[in-house]
Design a protein around this ligand. Structure first.
Ligand code: DGJ
Length: 779
């Protein structure tokens, strides 16, 4: 996997090669990152020929007037030695300058990888991964940099990180230190980022990489719903399945910063790491600083190729413990049906409905403790509210379990309300800065995770309740951005944001590392902290507080570029949706949520008998194809119409696939639709069928008189009653076709175009959708 020959390092994965070498002045020159090289001879050809001196550049050494740091493709750079591009390191060094010049000292190749001391990182066995450690040294400053490269061969991923060690007597003050830097040769690249905000996370945006810098960063104290740390660099012509695509991400949940810069010499510098915003870290003599781990992948097979590699990497080298590769349970969460207003008796009715429908896990959300009857009080006081739960958590837990379901609970452990016993007893636990009134988010303050006693309080509180209430699931929420980044526990306040995240990881490890049977779903007002750092502890993350499936199409699709569907918490909720007032069919709510870890977040008691039957059928279907939906190869389809989207999951043996076909706004007299299914065996014959779903009578409005043999008032009591107990069957199509023909696309029945109804007509309208099952026929 990793070899070295004459000062050149070759990092090979199954399908890619990464090459860099040591220059004559001992800098690390980036040579190549792309499809697999088969012959070392190619390196000479592919390497940059620094054969001319460029005007106004700074010559590194008089013995070679062409050698300039500014024009070389590099693996690492520093300040003040002639490289004027975006720098990975800015630090006040022992000599009181910001100047650094790290040169090659030695290297080591080891099996497996090296776990980090302060942060979570990817893992792999000695057979799955190898690590190259390159030591660089700045002899003027007496400071060492170790660059770690771990190669995850099977999934075509390479990770990188840096450890700085100060050997000098005088401290280093680090202002910026990135986890990696690479200079790629120029192509017409776009940078694709995943941005948004609360209830509109991870929307995909594409920016042309032109001269100057594009920055993707967060400053909220978390990886943020504004800009996910993961991003993509793709050839402008790349499609879902073709073209060069590089993916980058960071195993980190705090403020992140990535920069893509096209230099005046057409090199594309990419760097990623901790955000230097308000960052300062004191490194005393013999101390080391570890950066978070950066993750890179390359695929010549378009965005899907890149995503498949990232998905495999997350499933095999990030998710750990008992839940690695394990089916996620179907859950009911009571938040959208109850908010803070519930009692054990109502919860048990909900649980009873849930268990009858086949749901496997009952989750009690916010409001079960202290005076938490609204979002202005109670955070921090994890003593059960006996008015709501007269038999305590264990009473509820036992009754839920007696119904055949597991029991899970919500916490927001990092936060505190001023109106709480905890605050009254320990105001010093909250993050505030002397002399200023703290600004609040959702009426709450942040607990100071830089303080050991605060971390211990959280560990004790949450751990005790998990054990006493026999929880098998925890939802770990975090509902505000961080402000007043100050802790009296720190001497250097620029360390606050990073130490907060280190504190969070220590807490998570301490609670869940010792209780690996507990499924942790992390949440931060939905996807405000959807990142690889949290995924090292929580195998699934609540994608968004937006449960409207039409919004989820954008959110889940955005995340799918970087993360596998096994990590997506996705729920069917009541329509009109609480976030958008949009009314969507129950079938579409399921058809979108099914491409994730399915849950329900609605008052099941309010469903009509016919809706309950539909939910029961959805759950049976999901259980049958759960492994495929959670762990199958997930691919996006090229969007052929701007109002339609299509997703696919395929089994590893290409025998079974499911395709979700979604329509946002309907269009009048639309032409034929095609079902395209890729990644199948070309010559095999497949049976195609639509997943059966209901078509409710009220969908027709005044047109009902054309669909029904008798004339009835669309707003009258007869239709309302009939709608409770009866529905039409939505159009089901069945076909047989080879993998080849399915890839070309088969024609589906026409959609309703305003000229009468029969049951071979696809009734998508606004927000309609179907799931198609494609199964290989075995003779
Ligand atoms: C925000 C979460 O994202 C919601 O799902 C819910 O748990 C609320 N917090 C509870 O306060």
């Amino acid at each position: 996997m990793i070899t070295e020959k004459e000062g050149i390092f070759y990092l090979n994965t199954k399908n890619t090669t990464y090459v860099f070498g040591v220059t004559k002045f001992k800098h690390l020159e980036q040579i190549y990152y792309g499809t697999k090289l088969t012959n070392e001879v190619e390196v000479g050809a592919v390497r940059y020929k620094q054969s001319a001196q460029t005007g106004t550049t700074v010559m590194y050494d008089a013995s070679d007037e062409n050698y300039s740091m500014d024009t070389l493709p590099l693996e690492w750079s520093g300040c003040g030695r002639g490289d004027y591009r975006c720098n990975p390191l800015e630090a006040k060094m022992p000599d009181d300058t910001f100047i650094t010049d790290f040169t090659f000292q030695k290297y080591e190749i080891i099996k497996g990888n090296v776990p980090m001391q302060t942060l979570p990182s990817a893992y792999g066995t000695e057979h799955e991964t190898q690590t190259l450690i390159v030591t660089l040294f700045d002899e003027v400053q007496n400071v060492t940099l170790k660059l770690y490269y771990s190669v995850y061969e099977a999934c075509d991923v390479i990770t990188r990180r840096v450890v700085m060690t100060n050997h000098a007597v005088k401290a280093v003050s680090i202002r910026k230190i990135q986890s990696m830097m690479i200079d790629l040769k120029y192509r017409n690249y776009d940078m694709v980022t995943f941005d948004g905000g609360w209830i509109r996370e991870a929307h995909k945006h594409t920016k042309e990489v032109t001269y100057g810098m594009i920055v993707n960063s967060s400053t909220t104290g978390s990886s943020s719903n504004r800009h996910n740390p993961g991003f993509v660099l793709a050839e402008h012509t790349a499609t879902q399945d073709h073209g060069w695509v590089y993916g980058f991400n960071l195993v980190y949940s705090g403020n992140h910063y990535s920069c893509v810069e096209r230099s005046n010499r057409d090199l594309i510098r990419v760097s990623i790491g901790i955000n230097p915003h308000c960052f300062e870290w004191q490194l005393k003599q013999d101390e080391s600083f570890e950066t978070p781990e950066a993750v890179m992948t390359f695929s010549p097979h378009g965005f899907n190729g890149m995503s498949h590699q990232f998905h495999d990497f997350v499933n095999h080298h990030i998710i750990r413990g008992d839940w690695k590769g394990k089916d996620r349970p179907i859950l009911i969460n009571n938040w959208e049906s109850d908010f803070f207003d519930f009692h054990e008796s109502g919860l048990l009715k909900l649980a009873s409905q849930a268990s009858k429908l086949g749901i496997e896990l009952f989750v009690l959300d916010d409001g079960w403790f202290g005076e938490r009857n609204h979002d202005k009080a109670g955070l921090g006081d994890y003593q059960v509210n006996h008015k709501k739960l007269p038999h305590g958590l264990i009473g509820l837990s036992k009754k839920v379990k007696a119904m055949g379901m597991d029991f899970g609970l919500w916490f927001e452990p990092e936060m505190i309300n001023e109106d709480s016993e905890l605050y009254r007893n320990h105001p010093e636990y909250a993050v505030t800065v002397p002399g200023r009134k703290a600004v609040k988010g959702r009426n709450q303050l942040v607990l100071d995770l830089c303080k050991k006693e605060v971390r211990q309080y959280i560990i004790d509180q949450v751990g005790t309740i998990i054990d006493e209430a026999e929880l098998s699931y925890v939802k770990w929420d975090m509902n505000r951005h961080i402000s007043e980044m100050y802790s009296e526990a720190l001497l250097v306040q620029g360390e606050f944001s990073h130490r907060y995240i280190m504190g969070l990881y220590e807490i998570l490890q301490s609670i869940f590392g010792t209780r690996p049977h507990v499924l942790l779903e992390s949440c931060a007002s939905g996807g405000n902290r959807f990142d690889l750092g949290m995924l090292c502890f929580s195998p699934q993350i609540w994608v968004s507080d937006d449960t409207d499936p039409i919004e989820r199409l954008k959110i889940q699709e955005g995340l799918s570029y970087l993360y596998p569907q096994s990590t997506f918490g996705a729920h069917v909720s009541m329509a009109p949706h609480q976030q958008t007032l949009r009314n969507t069919p129950l079938s579409t709510r399921f058809n979108v949520a099914a491409f994730g870890c399915l849950g329900f977040e609605l008052d099941l008691k309010q469903l009509s008998p016919v809706e309950k039957k539909e939910v029961r059928d959805q759950i049976i279907f999901y259980k049958r194809y759960r492994e495929l939906l959670q762990y199958g190869i997930f691919s996006r389809h090229e969007q052929l119409r701007e109002n339609q989207k299509s997703w696919q999951v395929t089994s590893r043996n290409a025998r079974t696939a499911l395709v979700g076909f979604y329509q946002t706004l309907g269009q009048a007299a639309v032409g034929m639709d095609q079902l395209i299914v890729k990644e199948l065996q070309q010559d095999a014959i497949y049976a195609v069928s639509t997943r059966p779903q209901n078509l409710y009578l009220d969908r027709f409005g005044g047109l009902i008189k054309h669909a029904m043999p008798i004339k009835i008032n669309p707003k009258g009591v007869i239709l309302r009653t009939a709608n409770q107990v009866y529905s039409l069957k939505d159009c089901v199509e069945t076909y047989q076709a080879s993998g080849r023909i399915l890839e070309a696309g088969i024609c589906l029945n026409d959609q309703f175009v305003g000229t009468g109804y029969h049951n071979n007509m696809r009734m998508l309208g606004d927000y309609g959708s179907n799931i198609y099952l494609i199964e290989q026929k075995i003779n």
